[in-house]
Design a binder for this molecule. Sequence first.
Ligand SMILES: [Zn+2]
Length: 131
Amino acid sequence: MKRFDYIKSDDPYLVTNSGARIDAGALCEHGQAAVFVALFGNLLSQPDESTRRDTIMPRCVLAQLFGAIHAQILHEEGEAALQAFRDDTDSHVQASLTALQEMRAQARDCCEAGFRTGGSEHTCGRSEAAQ
Ligand SMILES: [Zn+2]
């Protein structure tokens, strides 16, 4: 992983929102499913041009990234700041898990049609009789 000290921020992409989904079709060299990460934001030089950047991040790269972030918070801000970040992350785990469980219970997590119709219509081959 590149050390951030050595990376110059030249017109950075300012991320204002994000979404993630485990992509079972994209495996890293360790055989783990990668993560599709969508970033929403704009270039610093183009504040009125919001765009979406789709990325695929191998899980091992994500682990490196999170490790580097945790280390920097610990190094620069101390234990309490790192614990606060971990607590914040855990609360997002719970919120996302609840949303995922609700979507599965409503048969909305298999395809876009299922998602948009509240589980009554599907383009994934799932029939209502199978529910
Ligand atoms: Zn479906």
